[in-house]
Design a protein around this ligand. Structure first.
Ligand SMILES: [Zn+2]
Length: 509
Protein backbone atom coordinates (compact mmCIF):
# COMPACT_ATOMS: atom_id res chain seq x y z
CA UNK A 1 0.00 0.00 0.00
CA UNK A 2 1.32 3.46 -0.85
CA UNK A 3 0.53 6.90 0.51
CA UNK A 4 -0.04 7.95 4.08
CA UNK A 5 -3.78 8.60 4.10
CA UNK A 6 -6.27 6.72 6.22
CA UNK A 7 -8.44 4.33 4.27
CA UNK A 8 -12.13 3.88 4.80
CA UNK A 9 -12.99 0.21 5.28
CA UNK A 10 -14.10 -1.41 2.03
CA UNK A 11 -16.88 -3.99 2.28
CA UNK A 12 -17.22 -6.49 5.10
CA UNK A 13 -14.42 -7.24 7.49
CA UNK A 14 -14.09 -9.60 10.43
CA UNK A 15 -11.93 -7.62 12.76
CA UNK A 16 -10.64 -4.09 13.16
CA UNK A 17 -7.03 -3.65 14.27
CA UNK A 18 -5.43 -0.34 15.30
CA UNK A 19 -2.10 -0.21 13.47
CA UNK A 20 -0.90 2.83 15.42
CA UNK A 21 0.25 4.82 12.39
CA UNK A 22 2.55 2.07 11.16
CA UNK A 23 2.94 1.61 7.41
CA UNK A 24 1.49 -1.56 5.86
CA UNK A 25 3.27 -3.66 3.25
CA UNK A 26 2.36 -7.10 1.93
CA UNK A 27 4.34 -9.74 3.83
CA UNK A 28 7.35 -11.20 2.06
CA UNK A 29 7.90 -14.58 0.48
CA UNK A 30 11.37 -16.08 0.24
CA UNK A 31 11.64 -17.96 -3.03
CA UNK A 32 14.91 -19.75 -2.19
CA UNK A 33 16.23 -20.34 1.34
CA UNK A 34 17.69 -23.01 3.64
CA UNK A 35 16.30 -22.14 7.08
CA UNK A 36 16.97 -25.55 8.61
CA UNK A 37 20.67 -25.24 7.73
CA UNK A 38 20.58 -21.70 9.15
CA UNK A 39 18.96 -22.88 12.38
CA UNK A 40 21.54 -25.66 12.80
CA UNK A 41 24.33 -23.18 12.23
CA UNK A 42 22.94 -20.84 14.88
CA UNK A 43 23.44 -23.68 17.41
CA UNK A 44 27.23 -23.81 16.81
CA UNK A 45 30.03 -21.20 16.98
CA UNK A 46 28.80 -18.08 15.16
CA UNK A 47 31.59 -16.67 13.04
CA UNK A 48 29.61 -14.85 10.34
CA UNK A 49 30.84 -11.34 9.65
CA UNK A 50 34.22 -11.73 11.41
CA UNK A 51 36.93 -9.98 9.44
CA UNK A 52 40.11 -11.73 10.57
CA UNK A 53 41.28 -15.29 11.17
CA UNK A 54 42.28 -14.60 14.78
CA UNK A 55 38.72 -13.56 15.64
CA UNK A 56 37.30 -16.74 14.07
CA UNK A 57 39.76 -18.92 15.98
CA UNK A 58 38.90 -17.22 19.23
CA UNK A 59 35.10 -17.58 18.75
CA UNK A 60 35.57 -21.30 18.03
CA UNK A 61 37.83 -21.70 21.09
CA UNK A 62 35.32 -19.91 23.34
CA UNK A 63 32.49 -22.07 22.03
CA UNK A 64 34.50 -25.25 22.64
CA UNK A 65 35.34 -24.20 26.20
CA UNK A 66 31.69 -23.32 26.95
CA UNK A 67 30.35 -26.54 25.38
CA UNK A 68 32.60 -29.33 26.59
CA UNK A 69 29.83 -31.89 25.96
CA UNK A 70 29.70 -31.12 22.20
CA UNK A 71 31.86 -33.74 20.49
CA UNK A 72 31.77 -32.41 16.90
CA UNK A 73 31.85 -28.61 16.75
CA UNK A 74 30.00 -27.47 13.62
CA UNK A 75 29.33 -23.82 12.88
CA UNK A 76 29.93 -20.93 10.54
CA UNK A 77 30.25 -19.02 8.49
CA UNK A 78 33.64 -17.76 7.43
CA UNK A 79 34.54 -15.15 4.85
CA UNK A 80 36.36 -16.89 1.99
CA UNK A 81 38.25 -13.76 1.02
CA UNK A 82 40.40 -14.15 4.17
CA UNK A 83 42.35 -17.06 2.63
CA UNK A 84 44.38 -16.94 -0.59
CA UNK A 85 42.13 -18.41 -3.34
CA UNK A 86 39.62 -19.16 -0.60
CA UNK A 87 41.88 -21.87 0.85
CA UNK A 88 41.99 -22.39 4.63
CA UNK A 89 44.41 -24.65 6.52
CA UNK A 90 43.46 -27.15 9.21
CA UNK A 91 46.43 -26.02 11.32
CA UNK A 92 44.83 -22.59 11.78
CA UNK A 93 41.74 -24.16 13.37
CA UNK A 94 43.92 -26.53 15.42
CA UNK A 95 44.93 -23.43 17.37
CA UNK A 96 41.32 -23.17 18.57
CA UNK A 97 40.65 -26.86 19.23
CA UNK A 98 42.96 -29.80 18.57
CA UNK A 99 41.37 -32.70 20.46
CA UNK A 100 37.83 -32.48 19.05
CA UNK A 101 36.75 -32.23 15.40
CA UNK A 102 35.76 -28.77 14.11
CA UNK A 103 33.87 -28.02 10.88
CA UNK A 104 33.08 -24.50 9.71
CA UNK A 105 30.85 -23.75 6.72
CA UNK A 106 32.00 -21.05 4.33
CA UNK A 107 29.63 -18.23 3.54
CA UNK A 108 28.89 -19.85 0.15
CA UNK A 109 27.80 -23.14 1.78
CA UNK A 110 29.57 -24.99 -1.00
CA UNK A 111 32.80 -25.23 1.00
CA UNK A 112 33.93 -26.34 4.47
CA UNK A 113 37.08 -25.71 6.51
CA UNK A 114 38.00 -28.34 9.09
CA UNK A 115 40.69 -28.97 11.70
CA UNK A 116 43.15 -31.89 11.69
CA UNK A 117 41.10 -33.95 14.15
CA UNK A 118 38.08 -33.82 11.81
CA UNK A 119 40.20 -35.18 8.95
CA UNK A 120 41.69 -37.85 11.22
CA UNK A 121 38.24 -39.05 12.37
CA UNK A 122 36.98 -39.06 8.77
CA UNK A 123 40.06 -41.02 7.65
CA UNK A 124 40.90 -38.38 5.04
CA UNK A 125 44.58 -38.14 4.16
CA UNK A 126 47.15 -38.14 1.37
CA UNK A 127 45.86 -41.45 0.02
CA UNK A 128 42.18 -40.41 -0.22
CA UNK A 129 41.20 -40.52 -3.92
CA UNK A 130 39.77 -37.51 -5.77
CA UNK A 131 35.98 -37.07 -5.80
CA UNK A 132 33.58 -37.15 -8.76
CA UNK A 133 31.68 -33.97 -7.83
CA UNK A 134 33.90 -32.22 -5.34
CA UNK A 135 37.42 -31.06 -4.68
CA UNK A 136 39.86 -31.78 -1.84
CA UNK A 137 42.32 -28.89 -1.72
CA UNK A 138 45.85 -30.32 -1.20
CA UNK A 139 49.40 -29.18 -0.47
CA UNK A 140 52.02 -30.01 -3.09
CA UNK A 141 52.93 -33.21 -1.22
CA UNK A 142 49.29 -34.39 -1.52
CA UNK A 143 48.20 -33.83 2.07
CA UNK A 144 44.71 -32.29 2.32
CA UNK A 145 45.00 -28.70 3.53
CA UNK A 146 41.65 -28.59 5.35
CA UNK A 147 39.39 -27.04 2.67
CA UNK A 148 36.77 -29.21 0.94
CA UNK A 149 34.61 -28.04 -1.96
CA UNK A 150 31.19 -29.29 -3.14
CA UNK A 151 29.17 -32.42 -2.35
CA UNK A 152 31.35 -35.52 -2.43
CA UNK A 153 34.34 -33.82 -0.84
CA UNK A 154 32.26 -32.16 1.88
CA UNK A 155 30.48 -35.43 2.54
CA UNK A 156 33.76 -37.20 3.33
CA UNK A 157 33.70 -35.15 6.54
CA UNK A 158 30.03 -34.35 7.19
CA UNK A 159 28.95 -37.99 6.90
CA UNK A 160 30.98 -38.62 10.08
CA UNK A 161 29.18 -35.97 12.13
CA UNK A 162 26.75 -37.74 14.50
CA UNK A 163 23.06 -37.08 13.78
CA UNK A 164 21.34 -34.47 15.95
CA UNK A 165 18.42 -35.53 18.12
CA UNK A 166 14.93 -34.67 16.86
CA UNK A 167 14.42 -32.20 19.70
CA UNK A 168 17.64 -30.37 18.74
CA UNK A 169 16.47 -30.29 15.12
CA UNK A 170 13.06 -28.89 16.13
CA UNK A 171 14.78 -26.20 18.21
CA UNK A 172 16.92 -25.26 15.19
CA UNK A 173 13.99 -24.97 12.80
CA UNK A 174 11.88 -23.10 15.37
CA UNK A 175 14.73 -20.58 15.85
CA UNK A 176 14.92 -20.11 12.08
CA UNK A 177 11.16 -19.60 11.90
CA UNK A 178 11.34 -16.86 14.55
CA UNK A 179 14.08 -15.08 12.62
CA UNK A 180 12.03 -15.30 9.40
CA UNK A 181 8.93 -13.95 11.17
CA UNK A 182 10.96 -11.03 12.56
CA UNK A 183 12.13 -10.37 8.99
CA UNK A 184 8.54 -10.20 7.70
CA UNK A 185 8.53 -13.52 5.85
CA UNK A 186 5.31 -15.59 5.85
CA UNK A 187 6.17 -18.18 3.14
CA UNK A 188 9.41 -19.74 2.01
CA UNK A 189 10.72 -22.28 -0.45
CA UNK A 190 13.15 -24.60 1.31
CA UNK A 191 15.47 -25.26 -1.60
CA UNK A 192 17.33 -28.34 -0.32
CA UNK A 193 15.60 -31.26 1.37
CA UNK A 194 17.47 -34.54 1.76
CA UNK A 195 16.27 -37.70 3.49
CA UNK A 196 15.40 -37.02 7.13
CA UNK A 197 14.77 -33.30 6.72
CA UNK A 198 11.07 -33.38 5.77
CA UNK A 199 10.42 -35.28 9.00
CA UNK A 200 11.90 -32.33 10.92
CA UNK A 201 9.51 -29.93 9.15
CA UNK A 202 6.56 -32.20 9.98
CA UNK A 203 7.61 -32.57 13.62
CA UNK A 204 8.19 -28.84 14.08
CA UNK A 205 4.83 -27.99 12.50
CA UNK A 206 3.18 -30.46 14.85
CA UNK A 207 4.57 -28.61 17.88
CA UNK A 208 3.18 -25.32 16.50
CA UNK A 209 6.69 -23.78 16.47
CA UNK A 210 6.86 -23.35 12.69
CA UNK A 211 4.93 -20.14 12.02
CA UNK A 212 5.16 -19.87 8.22
CA UNK A 213 3.72 -21.70 5.24
CA UNK A 214 6.55 -23.62 3.59
CA UNK A 215 7.09 -25.62 0.41
CA UNK A 216 9.89 -28.17 0.43
CA UNK A 217 12.08 -28.84 -2.61
CA UNK A 218 13.54 -32.35 -2.46
CA UNK A 219 17.06 -32.56 -3.88
CA UNK A 220 17.42 -35.01 -6.76
CA UNK A 221 20.87 -36.59 -6.63
CA UNK A 222 22.42 -37.76 -9.93
CA UNK A 223 23.45 -41.08 -8.34
CA UNK A 224 20.37 -41.99 -6.31
CA UNK A 225 17.38 -40.02 -7.65
CA UNK A 226 15.37 -43.02 -8.82
CA UNK A 227 15.41 -44.57 -5.40
CA UNK A 228 15.00 -41.23 -3.58
CA UNK A 229 11.73 -40.44 -5.37
CA UNK A 230 9.98 -43.07 -3.25
CA UNK A 231 10.88 -40.97 -0.20
CA UNK A 232 9.87 -37.70 -1.90
CA UNK A 233 6.45 -39.08 -2.87
CA UNK A 234 5.80 -40.56 0.57
CA UNK A 235 6.74 -37.28 2.24
CA UNK A 236 4.60 -35.23 -0.16
CA UNK A 237 1.61 -37.43 0.68
CA UNK A 238 2.34 -37.13 4.41
CA UNK A 239 2.24 -33.35 4.11
CA UNK A 240 -0.92 -33.31 2.03
CA UNK A 241 -2.63 -35.40 4.71
CA UNK A 242 -1.43 -33.18 7.55
CA UNK A 243 -3.50 -30.52 9.23
CA UNK A 244 -1.33 -27.93 10.93
CA UNK A 245 -1.88 -24.23 11.61
CA UNK A 246 0.88 -23.55 9.07
CA UNK A 247 0.62 -25.05 5.61
CA UNK A 248 3.36 -27.46 4.65
CA UNK A 249 3.73 -28.75 1.10
CA UNK A 250 6.38 -30.82 -0.64
CA UNK A 251 5.63 -30.26 -4.29
CA UNK A 252 9.04 -29.30 -5.69
CA UNK A 253 12.22 -31.06 -6.85
CA UNK A 254 15.58 -29.31 -6.70
CA UNK A 255 18.33 -29.91 -9.23
CA UNK A 256 21.83 -28.50 -9.05
CA UNK A 257 23.18 -27.97 -12.57
CA UNK A 258 26.52 -26.55 -11.38
CA UNK A 259 28.47 -25.06 -8.44
CA UNK A 260 29.66 -21.48 -7.88
CA UNK A 261 32.00 -19.08 -9.68
CA UNK A 262 34.12 -18.34 -6.59
CA UNK A 263 35.22 -21.99 -6.42
CA UNK A 264 35.59 -22.42 -10.17
CA UNK A 265 32.73 -24.93 -10.12
CA UNK A 266 30.02 -22.90 -11.90
CA UNK A 267 29.52 -24.23 -15.43
CA UNK A 268 30.70 -21.69 -18.04
CA UNK A 269 30.17 -21.64 -21.82
CA UNK A 270 33.68 -20.23 -22.28
CA UNK A 271 36.56 -21.50 -20.10
CA UNK A 272 37.68 -19.93 -16.84
CA UNK A 273 40.18 -17.12 -17.26
CA UNK A 274 42.45 -18.42 -14.48
CA UNK A 275 42.08 -22.09 -15.58
CA UNK A 276 41.76 -22.06 -19.39
CA UNK A 277 41.41 -25.85 -19.42
CA UNK A 278 38.25 -25.74 -17.26
CA UNK A 279 34.59 -24.94 -17.98
CA UNK A 280 33.65 -25.75 -14.37
CA UNK A 281 31.67 -28.64 -12.95
CA UNK A 282 28.63 -30.25 -14.51
CA UNK A 283 26.69 -31.92 -11.70
CA UNK A 284 24.53 -34.02 -14.03
CA UNK A 285 25.02 -35.96 -17.20
CA UNK A 286 22.80 -34.01 -19.61
CA UNK A 287 20.60 -36.93 -20.69
CA UNK A 288 20.18 -38.10 -17.10
CA UNK A 289 19.11 -34.60 -16.00
CA UNK A 290 16.51 -34.49 -18.78
CA UNK A 291 15.22 -37.90 -17.76
CA UNK A 292 15.00 -37.03 -14.05
CA UNK A 293 13.36 -33.63 -14.71
CA UNK A 294 10.78 -35.17 -17.05
CA UNK A 295 10.03 -37.89 -14.52
CA UNK A 296 9.57 -35.36 -11.68
CA UNK A 297 7.25 -33.29 -13.87
CA UNK A 298 5.27 -36.35 -14.98
CA UNK A 299 4.31 -37.05 -11.37
CA UNK A 300 3.34 -33.41 -10.78
CA UNK A 301 6.36 -32.04 -9.00
CA UNK A 302 7.50 -28.49 -9.80
CA UNK A 303 11.10 -27.93 -10.95
CA UNK A 304 13.60 -25.70 -9.13
CA UNK A 305 17.08 -25.61 -10.66
CA UNK A 306 20.24 -24.08 -9.23
CA UNK A 307 22.22 -22.50 -12.08
CA UNK A 308 25.00 -19.93 -11.64
CA UNK A 309 27.23 -20.00 -14.72
CA UNK A 310 25.95 -19.28 -18.24
CA UNK A 311 26.58 -22.97 -19.03
CA UNK A 312 24.54 -24.02 -16.01
CA UNK A 313 21.70 -21.67 -16.99
CA UNK A 314 21.80 -23.02 -20.58
CA UNK A 315 21.46 -26.64 -19.47
CA UNK A 316 18.70 -25.72 -16.97
CA UNK A 317 16.71 -24.01 -19.76
CA UNK A 318 17.37 -26.98 -22.07
CA UNK A 319 16.05 -29.38 -19.42
CA UNK A 320 12.86 -27.34 -18.96
CA UNK A 321 12.41 -27.11 -22.73
CA UNK A 322 12.76 -30.89 -22.94
CA UNK A 323 10.12 -31.36 -20.22
CA UNK A 324 7.66 -29.07 -22.05
CA UNK A 325 8.26 -31.03 -25.24
CA UNK A 326 7.79 -34.54 -23.88
CA UNK A 327 5.10 -34.06 -21.19
CA UNK A 328 1.49 -32.87 -21.61
CA UNK A 329 0.49 -29.25 -20.94
CA UNK A 330 -0.35 -28.52 -17.29
CA UNK A 331 0.18 -25.82 -14.64
CA UNK A 332 3.92 -25.35 -14.24
CA UNK A 333 6.01 -22.69 -12.54
CA UNK A 334 9.63 -23.77 -13.15
CA UNK A 335 12.29 -21.74 -11.32
CA UNK A 336 15.96 -21.19 -12.12
CA UNK A 337 17.65 -19.85 -9.01
CA UNK A 338 20.71 -17.55 -8.83
CA UNK A 339 21.14 -16.93 -12.62
CA UNK A 340 24.42 -15.09 -12.08
CA UNK A 341 25.53 -15.25 -15.74
CA UNK A 342 23.19 -15.63 -18.70
CA UNK A 343 24.26 -15.77 -22.32
CA UNK A 344 22.53 -13.08 -24.38
CA UNK A 345 20.87 -15.70 -26.58
CA UNK A 346 19.23 -17.30 -23.53
CA UNK A 347 17.55 -14.16 -22.14
CA UNK A 348 14.40 -14.50 -24.26
CA UNK A 349 14.01 -18.20 -23.39
CA UNK A 350 12.92 -17.43 -19.81
CA UNK A 351 9.71 -15.74 -20.96
CA UNK A 352 9.21 -18.20 -23.83
CA UNK A 353 9.42 -21.22 -21.52
CA UNK A 354 7.57 -19.58 -18.60
CA UNK A 355 10.63 -19.82 -16.35
CA UNK A 356 10.82 -17.69 -13.20
CA UNK A 357 14.30 -16.28 -12.50
CA UNK A 358 14.93 -16.22 -8.76
CA UNK A 359 17.62 -13.76 -7.65
CA UNK A 360 19.20 -13.02 -4.28
CA UNK A 361 19.19 -9.22 -4.38
CA UNK A 362 21.89 -8.66 -1.71
CA UNK A 363 24.39 -10.24 -4.10
CA UNK A 364 23.92 -7.51 -6.71
CA UNK A 365 26.75 -5.30 -5.53
CA UNK A 366 30.49 -5.02 -6.03
CA UNK A 367 31.64 -6.60 -2.76
CA UNK A 368 35.00 -8.10 -1.84
CA UNK A 369 33.76 -11.52 -2.99
CA UNK A 370 33.48 -10.13 -6.52
CA UNK A 371 36.89 -8.42 -6.46
CA UNK A 372 38.86 -11.21 -4.81
CA UNK A 373 37.14 -14.44 -5.83
CA UNK A 374 34.92 -13.96 -8.90
CA UNK A 375 36.41 -11.41 -11.31
CA UNK A 376 39.90 -13.01 -11.33
CA UNK A 377 38.24 -16.28 -12.38
CA UNK A 378 35.90 -15.00 -15.10
CA UNK A 379 37.58 -11.78 -16.26
CA UNK A 380 36.19 -8.27 -16.44
CA UNK A 381 33.86 -8.56 -19.43
CA UNK A 382 31.90 -11.49 -17.97
CA UNK A 383 32.02 -9.90 -14.54
CA UNK A 384 30.20 -6.90 -16.05
CA UNK A 385 27.35 -9.17 -17.18
CA UNK A 386 26.16 -10.44 -13.79
CA UNK A 387 22.63 -10.50 -12.34
CA UNK A 388 20.69 -9.28 -15.36
CA UNK A 389 17.42 -8.51 -13.58
CA UNK A 390 16.43 -5.58 -15.77
CA UNK A 391 17.21 -7.43 -19.01
CA UNK A 392 15.01 -10.32 -17.90
CA UNK A 393 12.13 -8.10 -16.77
CA UNK A 394 12.27 -6.19 -20.06
CA UNK A 395 12.18 -9.48 -21.97
CA UNK A 396 8.84 -10.27 -20.32
CA UNK A 397 10.22 -12.86 -17.89
CA UNK A 398 8.96 -13.12 -14.33
CA UNK A 399 11.40 -12.68 -11.49
CA UNK A 400 11.19 -13.54 -7.81
CA UNK A 401 13.56 -12.94 -4.91
CA UNK A 402 15.07 -15.22 -2.30
CA UNK A 403 17.67 -14.86 0.42
CA UNK A 404 19.58 -18.15 0.11
CA UNK A 405 19.83 -17.82 3.93
CA UNK A 406 22.21 -18.75 5.61
CA UNK A 407 24.38 -17.83 2.61
CA UNK A 408 23.02 -14.29 3.02
CA UNK A 409 20.80 -12.44 5.46
CA UNK A 410 17.14 -13.54 5.46
CA UNK A 411 15.93 -9.93 5.80
CA UNK A 412 14.07 -8.75 2.67
CA UNK A 413 14.41 -5.14 3.82
CA UNK A 414 18.18 -5.47 3.32
CA UNK A 415 17.83 -7.09 -0.11
CA UNK A 416 15.18 -4.76 -1.50
CA UNK A 417 17.21 -1.54 -1.59
CA UNK A 418 20.31 -3.38 -2.89
CA UNK A 419 18.40 -4.37 -6.03
CA UNK A 420 17.69 -0.65 -6.51
CA UNK A 421 20.99 1.07 -5.61
CA UNK A 422 23.37 -1.89 -6.22
CA UNK A 423 25.82 -0.64 -3.59
CA UNK A 424 27.55 -2.54 -0.79
CA UNK A 425 26.60 -2.16 2.88
CA UNK A 426 29.25 0.58 3.03
CA UNK A 427 27.52 2.39 0.16
CA UNK A 428 30.19 1.58 -2.43
CA UNK A 429 30.58 2.44 -5.21
CA UNK A 430 28.44 5.54 -4.67
CA UNK A 431 27.10 5.45 -8.24
CA UNK A 432 26.15 1.75 -7.91
CA UNK A 433 27.33 -1.26 -9.91
CA UNK A 434 26.04 -2.13 -13.41
CA UNK A 435 23.11 0.23 -12.87
CA UNK A 436 21.55 -0.62 -16.24
CA UNK A 437 20.40 -3.85 -14.53
CA UNK A 438 18.95 -2.13 -11.41
CA UNK A 439 15.24 -2.28 -10.51
CA UNK A 440 12.88 0.33 -9.12
CA UNK A 441 11.70 -0.04 -5.54
CA UNK A 442 8.23 -1.05 -6.77
CA UNK A 443 9.72 -3.77 -8.98
CA UNK A 444 11.98 -5.03 -6.20
CA UNK A 445 9.08 -5.16 -3.73
CA UNK A 446 6.98 -7.03 -6.29
CA UNK A 447 9.79 -9.60 -6.74
CA UNK A 448 9.80 -10.25 -2.96
CA UNK A 449 5.97 -10.36 -2.65
CA UNK A 450 3.73 -11.03 -5.67
CA UNK A 451 6.67 -12.57 -7.58
CA UNK A 452 7.23 -15.21 -4.91
CA UNK A 453 3.45 -15.64 -4.48
CA UNK A 454 3.28 -16.48 -8.20
CA UNK A 455 6.14 -18.96 -7.79
CA UNK A 456 4.10 -20.65 -5.04
CA UNK A 457 0.81 -20.64 -7.06
CA UNK A 458 -0.68 -18.27 -4.45
CA UNK A 459 -0.87 -14.94 -6.31
CA UNK A 460 -4.63 -14.80 -5.69
CA UNK A 461 -4.12 -15.29 -1.98
CA UNK A 462 -1.15 -13.19 -0.87
CA UNK A 463 1.65 -10.98 -2.17
CA UNK A 464 -0.44 -7.82 -2.62
CA UNK A 465 -2.89 -5.82 -0.52
CA UNK A 466 -6.30 -6.01 -2.10
CA UNK A 467 -9.84 -6.74 -0.90
CA UNK A 468 -10.41 -10.46 -0.73
CA UNK A 469 -6.75 -11.36 -0.24
CA UNK A 470 -5.53 -13.16 2.87
CA UNK A 471 -4.37 -10.77 5.62
CA UNK A 472 -0.66 -11.53 5.14
CA UNK A 473 1.13 -8.27 5.81
CA UNK A 474 3.86 -6.54 7.78
CA UNK A 475 3.87 -3.27 9.65
CA UNK A 476 6.94 -1.09 9.29
CA UNK A 477 7.64 2.12 11.16
CA UNK A 478 7.75 4.41 8.09
CA UNK A 479 6.76 4.67 4.46
CA UNK A 480 9.76 3.29 2.50
CA UNK A 481 8.90 5.40 -0.57
CA UNK A 482 9.46 8.62 1.35
CA UNK A 483 12.87 7.65 2.78
CA UNK A 484 16.37 7.76 1.25
CA UNK A 485 16.83 4.39 -0.47
CA UNK A 486 19.87 3.32 1.57
CA UNK A 487 18.00 3.80 4.84
CA UNK A 488 15.37 1.18 4.04
CA UNK A 489 17.69 -1.57 5.28
CA UNK A 490 17.48 -0.15 8.81
CA UNK A 491 13.69 0.13 8.74
CA UNK A 492 12.26 -1.96 11.56
CA UNK A 493 9.49 -4.47 11.20
CA UNK A 494 6.95 -3.93 13.97
CA UNK A 495 4.66 -6.87 13.32
CA UNK A 496 4.17 -9.70 10.86
CA UNK A 497 0.73 -11.19 10.15
CA UNK A 498 -0.17 -14.46 8.48
CA UNK A 499 -3.89 -14.95 7.71
CA UNK A 500 -4.75 -12.16 10.11
CA UNK A 501 -2.79 -13.60 13.04
CA UNK A 502 0.41 -11.97 14.31
CA UNK A 503 3.41 -14.32 14.03
CA UNK A 504 5.85 -11.61 15.16
CA UNK A 505 5.46 -8.55 17.38
CA UNK A 506 8.45 -6.42 18.25
CA UNK A 507 8.72 -5.71 21.91
CA UNK A 508 8.50 -2.05 22.70
CA UNK A 509 11.62 -0.98 24.59
ZN1 LIG B 1 20.62 -22.21 -2.14
Amino acid sequence: MRGGKFCEPIGDFDRRVDLEYAFVLPSFGDGHAHPLFAGREMAGPRTTGLTDLGAIVSVVRDFAEANTNVEWIVGGTYDRTLGVNGNFEAAWLDQAVSDRPVVLHARDHHTIWVNSEAMRRAGVNKTTPECTTGLIERFENGDPIGTFREWDAIDLILSKVPARSMSEEIDSLAAASMKMAASGVTWWQDAWIDRGMAEIYLATSKTGRLSQDVDLAFRADPQSWQDDFKYFIAMREGMEASNFVNRLTGRTIKFFTDGIIESGTALLLEPYKDHPESHGMSVWDRAELFKAAAFADSIDFQLHLHAIGDGGVRVALDAIEHVLRVNPVKPRRPVIAHVQLIDESDIARFAQLGVIANFTPVWTCLDLKQDVLSTPRIGQSRSDQQYRMRSLLNSGARISFGSDWPVSTPEPLVGLPTAVHRRTEKGEPSAGWLMHEALTLDEALAAYTSGVAHQSFAENEWGSLEPGMSANFVLVEQNPWTMPIDQISSLRIERTYLRGEPIFERRKS
